[in-house]
Design a binder for this molecule. Structure first.
Ligand code: ADP
Ligand code: MG
Length: 505
């Protein structure tokens, strides 16, 4: 830049110099070169520190090599340890090549002889420009880093899982949601075997195709992932290239993963509930329709048995009566549940248990079954009397079916508290040492019409139990072990009924 263009360019200078004459000459030289210098002269390290700690920093530092109590190299040292980026030019009376070289090594930006100041202004101009370039670059880098950090925290915070893989399919980034979804949270660094194909075969195939033919599915697709514990997870996956034009292994793929399991579960629940409701209504209407003719047939058979009949015919009729009893039992069970029930009231669960036991007394005695009662609850709950009676009758009935001759049934009640929903309630368990159930049976026992008792079962008992308990906002749970050779079987049904009921029951 020619000197004329520099007219009135302000320049704040720190001049490390003890000699006022030299200072005057330097300042005059700058002024003549078109600068408007504001010079602060320092002669000691304390003054130098003061300058470096001031809020307004100089544009340039010019330092004499030798001072009585200080030196150019010491001033440079102080600048370096402050890590400020200010152009520093060393000045000296006698130029020795060695001092020049050592100054430059120590980090001075240039070295100028006082005898020949013509190099000073071009050096200052160049250094000012370079310093400004450095500042711009630093600002750009900081802005980039800030934007990267923002982007990173956004990706980490989003609820959608994100995986980034290299061209071989190895996953080298998984955001927090992806790690949580796939069970790798807190598992440390991603291992080499963590590949898209190992997480989800369909995703692995899509990745291989993307690499070989550069084509990726345009729509998200449903797939099944495998989590770290080997569980399966239904997900929706969308994929995109990060750098489509990169070569081979450098080409990165981003896979977005949304968890569908909750949605699938509620779809399945809805289907089940609908199925149950339909089955229930159907069962109720059928049993209603057949109840009257059934009674008529029962009466006819009763009258027929009373007449004079050949022995063979009597056997057949008696057999027909027994089968009819079974049908009647099914219809009654279904109807009772669906009959519009009366209003709930305060009921005494312990008392209900004893009436249920009275009903089955005959069966118990006949088969030598022992019943133990441990009734420790404050027994009052607000519920439908008949329905709770039916639940207990069904559970006790099943227990009787399950135990062998001389088996044992234990009925317990206790006061209970449901911490999850913060409700007081009563827990009722019906336990038996009967044949128990395997897992496959246990999974299905609450379905309507599921029975393992062939012609003698209806498969309605537990279904009705769960409906009634659900209606009372309670819970029913089962634990069971199958009786197998050396290990004894047994089953425990546990019911929780809240003490208070809201109006919806
Ligand atoms: P049902 O008694 O007519 O078969 P339930 O709905 O009452 O129908 O029971 C369904 C099935 O659950 C039974 O067939 C039986 O396999 C199983 N089950 C219920 N209670 C017990 C129990 N206490 N011990 C063993 N299995 C049981
Ligand atoms: Mg039953």
């Amino acid at each position: 830049m020619p000197a004329e263009d520099l007219i009135s360019t302000k320049l704040s200078v720190v001049l490390v110099e003890d000699n006022p004459d030299d200072a005057f000459l330097i300042e005059r030289h700058l002024r003549r070169s078109g600068f408007l210098p504001e010079v602060v002269r320092v002669e000691t390290s304390a003054e130098m520190l003061g300058v470096l700690e001031a809020s307004a920093l100089p544009d340039v530092i010019l330092a004499d090599y030798n001072l009585p109590n200080f030196s150019g190299p010491e001033a440079l040292q102080l600048l370096k340890s402050s890590s400020l980026d200010i152009p520093f030019i060393m000045l000296s009376g006698a130029v020795s090549e060695e001092t020049a070289v050592s100054s430059m090594r120590a980090g001075a930006h240039d070295y100028v002889s006082k005898q020949n100041l013509t190099r000073l202004v071009p050096a200052i101009e160049r250094e000012l420009k370079e310093a400004s370039t450095r500042r711009d670059r630093l600002a750009a880098e900081l802005a980039l880093r800030a934007s990267e950090a923002r982007f990173h925290s956004l990706v980490e915070a989003m609820p959608l899982g994100l995986l980034i893989s290299d061209g071989s399919g190895r996953v080298n980034y998984a955001n927090r949601a992806a790690q949580r979804l796939l069970g790798y949270e807190g598992a440390g660094a991603l291992s080499d075997s963590f590949t898209l194909a190992s997480i989800c075969p369909a995703l692995g195939e899509a990745q291989a195709l993307a690499m070989s033919s550069l084509s990726i599915p345009s729509e998200p697709f449903e797939a099944v992932c495998t989590t770290r514990d080997g569980e399966t997870l239904e997900v929706l996956i969308g994929i995109a290239f990060l750098n489509e034009h990169a070569a081979g292994r450098q080409r990165q793929l981003a896979a977005f993963i949304a968890d569908l399991s909750l949605q699938k579960k509620s779809e399945e629940m809805l289907r089940r509930t609908e199925k149950l409701a339909v089955a229930g209504r159907l069962a109720a209407s059928i049993s209603h329709e057949i109840n009257n003719p059934l009674e008529a047939i029962t009466n006819c058979l009763y009258l027929a048995v009373g007449t004079d009949l050949p022995a063979e015919a009597r056997t057949y009729i008696e057999q027909a009566q027994r089968e009819l009893d079974r049908v009647a039992h099914i219809t009654v069970q279904t109807l009772r549940f669906y009959r519009a029930s009366t209003r709930p009231s305060q009921i005494d669960v312990n008392e209900i248990i004893s009436t249920v036991l009275t009903l089955v007394e005959g069966r118990l005695r006949l088969r030598g079954i022992e019943v133990m009662q441990e009734l420790r609850a404050d027994p009052n709950v607000f519920a439908h009397d008949g329905e709770i009676r039916q639940v207990l009758a069904n559970l006790v009935g099943n227990a009787i079916d399950a135990v062998a001759e001389g088996g044992r049934i234990v009925i317990r009640t206790s006061s209970s508290y449901d911490w999850r929903q913060e409700r007081r309630g009563i827990a009722i368990t019906v336990a038996d040492n009967g044949y128990g159930m395997d897992l496959a049976t246990r999974k299905r026992i609450f379905e309507p019409f599921f029975t393992t008792k062939g012609m003698t079962g209806t498969g309605l008992g537990l279904w009705i139990c769960s409906e009634i308990v659900g209606k009372h906002h309670g819970r029913i749970r089962v634990r069971s072990r199958k009786d197998e050779g050396d290990s004894d079987g047994g089953t425990v049904f546990k019911i929780f009924l809240p003490v208070e009921q809201d109006a919806s029951v």
